[in-house]
Design a binder for this molecule. Structure first.
Ligand code: MN
Length: 717
């Protein structure tokens, strides 16, 4: 285990300004906090955070990250709290430790949704500071190094699979090749040791067969380049067993192909030399077609830069050659952290505010590097706040703007799913369509072939996709209505004029108005662009007088409104026409409350607030839930009754103080019931007519300010 002095010295070696005292305090803090806890290996637990901190020093990370490494398990596994950490180490470190703790908790929870790719997206989204993720990766690396101490095979396998599927790709994603390689190989040992052993045996055999093959090739290449005036550093490295295995699996290559086993790395000074060296290679040896890749002009999304080519080399063997500059090499192995160090070493001394430059660069890369199908398509690390990540029952990730509803989710899956959505289960529980989704929610959309998008959805969806799909549908629906209306207008006009109606007869008008189809013509009549009089004028010119005072079908924008014109305006949108509606007595919904309708046979629709306890009873019958909302245009048209419960001092004048306070705020008391009375207090239920929820909230606020009142709650009784 790394000793305290060694750790501090390591940090000071690359960051002379690090706070030595604070590092020492963190070391002592973790030793004390973990006390006598033991690892599966039998080592004291604190050896783990110390090793994790050690791994982080290899990346030359800042002191805050090293201290976070030391403290990363204290909040999760010991009595220490984030507050304590903040007190001793300051807010920055406390936030980092809290971030790592949250990731660990997430890890434990989300077994069901732990589908590799998706889970890594979630991890990325949750790590609003990349240093949190780096600590988590170092943590995982050390846990993998000590995996063999865990006695339960099942647990080892689970951890190894997770590492292979989640953490190794994440390490690759943020450019730390070095972490990825080790994570993969450690997991490979656990998951398929037999395959790994056979590859190692094979490599051993080839090494013996080939004798000095690698050394000879290196020497030959070196002299080739030297002749061309390039001073290069060349090495031949066996690829790792896991990467050979993956290639064998993916490309079905035979093991004997040396090019897939040994990579020769040519490291030169600058980019010109890279291409110069490539030219030398291709001039001297013939290249294997289809294997050339220029990651210098087009870096990989994790900023990896190198030229790869496969040639028939000096010994007539197929060999892969990778050409890169030293700086690229460092970046490829250690991610952007190395890039930063390199610049710092050759550049000026560290300036104030420059310490995190590499961090910002890494964030930029994560943000920018996104093919349409890449994982940061809709995601940015620092956009964690305004994104929400939810899963389909199969574990596919749907990322949505924050505040999204199950309807947004449905449209996020597919427009067809959105259009036919009738209900949703969130984490297995039936949930109203207008509720707000949280990170990690698993959402199942209930669909019905007969469903069509409800115009009320538009009032709560937040994603552009959902909004435009709903609008498109409404436009189409409106158009259908106009077409239908226009057709009856035309028919009636013909009838009144005693002319036989045929579609063909309308052709001159379609042409005259320069419309494409007959439906367009009907639509233009239905929406009032043209009148039936104009229509007849075009088709039967010169018969004007006779039809001047005719009764022509009136054009209304909304026929259903016309039909039910005598009914009192209903302040609720989304109701089924003709169905009775009333407000629930349990929750007394007010305009401004989020509401839902429940259909009861014979009684019509009852409107409840979305958080009403009564809704629990209807959880199993989604077909009775109706998505409704307040009609904003109807605002203030009707007063609604809200109910509050007041507990107040039992003293003279108290009651009149309450009633005058309500009256002063323009509330109209419709009922008042004293529900409980003691010598000190009495409790009463008051029904008040108000405009909307805001109005009631104002009244409640005014009442709370009254010293005789001890509490006011909005609830029934
Ligand atoms: Mn740990």
């Amino acid at each position: 285990m790394l000793r305290q002095v060694e750790l501090v010295e390591r940090v000071l070696s690359y960051d002379p300004h690090a706070d030595e005292d604070l590092l020492n305090r963190a070391y002592v803090f973790t030793v004390k906090a973990h006390g006598s806890q033991k690892r599966a290996s039998g080592d004291p637990y604190f050896s783990h955070p110390v090793e994790v901190a050690g791994i982080l020093t290899e990346l030359k990370l800042d002191m805050q990250t090293i201290i976070t490494g030391l403290l990363h398990d204290t909040v999760e596994d010991t009595v220490a709290t984030v507050e304590e950490v903040e007190e001793v180490f300051g807010p920055e470190i406390a936030v980092l430790v809290d971030g790592v703790t949250k990731l660990s908790q997430l890890e434990l929870q989300s077994d069901r949704t732990k589908q590799a790719e998706n889970f890594s997206k979630l991890l990325l989204a949750m790590s609003n500071d990349i240093r949190v993720l780096l600590v988590k990766l170092a943590d995982r690396l050390h846990n993998m190094r000590t995996l063999h101490f865990i006695s339960k095979e099942e647990k080892r396998k689970r951890i190894a699979t997770e590492t292979m599927e989640i953490y190794a790709p994440l390490a690759e994603r943020i450019g730390i090749q070095h972490f990825r390689d080790e994570l993969e190989d450690l997991a490979f040992v656990e998951l398929n040791d037999e395959a790994r052993r056979s590859i190692l045996r094979r490599l051993e055999y080839l090494r013996e067969e080939g004798e000095d093959l690698v050394a000879n090739i290196v020497a030959d290449l070196k002299s080739d380049l030297k002749d061309a005036g390039i001073n290069a550093n060349i090495s031949g490295r066996e690829k790792r067993p896991y990467s050979i295995w993956r290639k064998m699996e993916q490309k079905n290559v035979t093991f004997e192909q040396l090019s897939d086993i040994i990579a020769f790395r040519i490291i030169v000074e600058n980019v010109e030399e890279c291409y110069h060296a490539l030219g030398v290679m291709h001039a001297k040896y013939s290249m294997v077609p289809g294997r050339f890749k220029d990651y210098i002009s087009t870096p990989k999304r994790n900023n990896y830069q190198s030229i790869h080519t496969t040639i028939f080399g000096p010994e007539r063997q197929r060999i892969e050659v990778q050409i890169r500059t030293r700086e690229m090499h460092e970046t490829n192995e250690y991610g952007v952290a190395a890039h930063w160090q390199y610049k710092q070493q050759i550049g000026a001394p560290v300036q104030e505010g420059q310490q995190y430059r590499w961090l910002r660069e890494l964030l930029e890369i994560l943000e920018e590097a996104s093919d349409p199908d890449e994982f940061l398509e809709h995601t940015k690390l620092n956009m964690y706040q305004d994104q929400v990540f939810c899963f389909t029952p199969k574990g596919d990730l749907i990322s949505l703007p924050a505040g999204s509803s199950p309807v947004d989710f449905a449209y996020g899956v597919h427009t067809r799913v959105g259009d036919t959505c009738v209900g949703a289960k969130v984490n297995g529980r039936l949930t109203p369509l207008r509720s707000i989704l949280k990170n990690g929610d698993q959402v199942e959309i209930l669909r019905s072939k007969n469903q069509t998008p409800s115009p009320t959805w538009e009032s709560f969806v937040v994603s552009g996709k959902a909004r435009s799909a709903i609008r498109r549908f409404i436009r189409q629906q409106q158009r259908d209505q106009y077409v239908e209306l226009g057709r009856s207008i035309a028919e009636k006009a013909f009838r009144n004029d005693n002319k036989p109606f045929t579609e063909k007869a309308l052709t001159p008008a379609t042409k005259f108005w320069d419309l494409d189809t007959l439906d367009d013509l009907y639509c233009s009549l239905g929406d009032g662009t043209h009148t039936s009089k104009q229509l007849l004028e075009i088709i039967f010119p010169g018969e004007k007088e006779s039809r001047d005072n005719e009764n022509i079908v009136p054009i209304t924008r909304n026929r259903s409104e016309k039909k039910s014109g005598k009914q009192a305006a209903v302040p609720i949108r989304g109701l089924i026409p003709g169905m009775a509606m009333h407000f629930a007595g349990c929750c007394h919904p007010l305009p401004g409350d989020r509401i839902v309708g429940i259909v009861t046979t014979g009684k019509g629709v009852t409107i409840h607030t979305i958080d009403c306890d009564t809704l629990e009873q209807f959880a199993e019958v989604p077909e009775r839930w109706l998505d409704v909302s307040w009609d904003q245009e109807n605002d203030g048209a009707q007063m609604q009754v809200g109910r509050i419960t007041i507990v107040m001092a039992n003293e003279s004048g108290a009651l009149s103080s309450v009633t005058s306070s309500i009256a002063a705020n323009k509330g109209n008391i419709t009922n008042l019931v004293i529900s409980n009375r003691t010598p000190e207090f009495f409790e009463m239920r008051v029904d008040i007519e108000v405009r909307d929820v805001k109005h009631l909230t104002n009244i409640i606020a005014a009442l709370r300010a009254d010293p005789v009142i001890s509490s006011v709650e909005r609830k029934g009784g």
